[in-house]
Design a protein around this ligand. Structure first.
Ligand code: PLP
Length: 478
């Protein structure tokens, strides 16, 4: 690595990316390429001789950009946003530039210590109880994804339960509880840690609870399992579900988890970020009864991929479950038990210095601008929701809580409306001018407008509504 060419070439790439952002609205938001398009453009063997950055960037423009779905476009309203920001990008550059591998404290003390400090900063911004903070009795860690957070906490819960029950054969008795709105990653994680489908409960939700998990239905399922000789293990409650932004009653669920001695995890992947605003913080009330909570700052917290914050009340259980070592990692700091070795808090051994990103995001914005960022997205979503609600051809399907609007075109005859709304969604997405995705709750198909891409402004939301109406009109005229 030659520092001068590193500097020259990196600057050229930064300028290339800046130009990409300048022109981002010119690209169709959802890629229009067909499967296999890239193998027609690229050679099928690696080059023997080195190639110039100029040639490589030309290929990025001509071959890669057409195959991108532009998540950073202000007209991206699909899934949940993946907020990039200048601060997040700078943090990512520093992380990549230093390229340290901070598996244990000695392998890069700053990586470990900054992570612990930032996790406490973040926890305090969310007003988490001190039982989740290093300055209290718990602690936080950065994972790559919610999936990893769930796998690790499930493993900790499993091992803790098996120790109590005495013997790994008892794994057949352990049951995981979720709702039909819980992200499927909990099922994937349960599979990975050895909980079979027959011990994975999916409790049905409905319009009557706005798709929140009902404590009564949960209790009934638990009682039935106990009668059958099974053992409740793990409950996942969600603040801001993926399909419709529903919020589970965290306090009531927490009480049940305590009563039945289950591990209680709060998945706040999307809406956790909003809880830095006093008006949204009540959705986390009851978190003091949880064992762990996670939030994807890569979604709504201006932190470029990837960066999932997770806090635990008793990190000991995670460490007991995940800690494994080898002679080559032995060092006096770890043996003194006075440092954190984050490798014991995660699946992989190696880890990136992700804390730099979050630290810079928080410092460059300050809590005040981070709150404004959330509020401005919520205001735009409110405005969009009003536009939809005022139009007699449309309706809101699930009342909005955050910045996700769930709506549909009213079917002319009594039906689930899926055919009509699928067509409308396809027409909008095929136009390349915006990209949204769909959801189905209680048998109703609807369109999701997830407002919150970093560059989205009010006029983009107005344009989205105009585009929807235009495509709806075309449908009615056809
Ligand atoms: N939980 C919720 C509520 C989500 O919305 C998502 C993804 O959108 C996930 C979990 C999965 O997150 P990850 O991709 O970080 O594993």
């Amino acid at each position: 690595l030659d520092p001068q060419s590193f500097s020259d070439e990196s600057k050229a790439v930064v300028d290339f990316i800046a130009e990409y952002y300048r022109n981002i609205e010119k690209y169709p938001v959802r890629s229009k390429v067909q499967p296999g398009y890239l193998s027609e453009k690229l050679p099928d063997t690696a080059p023997f001789y080195p190639e110039s950055l100029e040639d490589i960037l030309k290929d990025v423009s001509e071959s890669i950009l057409p195959g991108l779905t532009h998540w950073q476009s202000p007209n991206f309203f699909a899934y949940f946003q993946a907020n990039a920001s200048t601060a997040g990008f700078i943090g990512e550059m520093l992380c990549s530039g230093f390229n340290v591998v901070g598996f244990n404290w000695i392998s890069s003390p700053a990586a470990t210590e900054l992570e612990s400090i930032v996790m406490d900063w973040m926890g305090k911004m969310l007003k988490l109880p001190s039982s989740f903070l290093f300055s209290g009795t718990g602690g936080g860690v950065l994972q790559g994804s919610t999936t990893e957070a769930v796998i690790c906490t499930l493993a900790a819960a499993r091992d803790k339960a098996l120790e109590t029950l005495g013997g790994s054969d008892n794994i057949k008795k352990l049951v995981v509880y979720t709702s039909d709105q819980t992200h499927f990653t909990v099922q994937k994680s349960a599979k990975l840690i050895g909980i079979t489908k027959s011990n994975f409960r999916v409790i049905t939700t409905s319009f009557s609870t706005k798709f929140a998990l009902s404590p009564e239905n949960l209790r009934a399922a638990i009682e039935e399992d106990i009668k059958a000789g099974l053992v409740p293990l793990y409950l996942c409650g969600t603040v801001g579900t993926t399909a419709c932004g529903a919020v589970d009653p965290i306090k009531e669920l927490g009480k049940i988890a305590r009563e039945y001695k289950m591990w209680f995890h709060v998945d706040a992947a999307y809406a956790g970020s909003a809880c830095i605003c006093p008006e949204f913080r009540p959705y986390l009330d009851g978190v003091e009864l949880a064992d762990s909570i996670s939030l994807n700052s890569q979604k709504w917290f201006l932190t470029n991929m990837d960066c999932c914050c997770m806090w635990l009340k008793q990190p000991k259980f995670l460490i007991d479950s995940l800690s494994c070592t080898s002679e080559y990692l032995r060092n006096s700091a770890s043996e003194s038990n006075s440092v954190i070795d984050y490798t014991d808090w995660q699946i992989a051994v190696g880890r990136r210095f992700k804390a730099l990103k979050l630290w810079i995001v928080i410092r460059k914005h300050g809590l005040t601008n981070l709150i404004d960022h959330i509020r401005s997205d919520v205001d735009m979503a409110k405005r969009f929701e009003e536009l939809v609600a005022e139009d007699h051809n449309f309706e809101i399907v699930v009342p909005r809580k955050f910045a996700l609007v769930c709506f549909r075109m009213k079917p002319e005859i009594e039906s689930d409306g899926s055919k009509l709304n699928r067509k409308l969604l396809d027409a909008v997405n095929s136009s390349g001018r915006a990209f949204m995705t769909h959801g189905v709750v209680g048998g109703t198909f609807y369109i999701r407008a997830a407002i919150g891409a970093t560059m989205t402004e009010e006029h983009h939301v107005d344009d989205l509504w105009k585009l929807i109406k235009e495509k709806a009109q075309e449908h009615q005229d056809s």
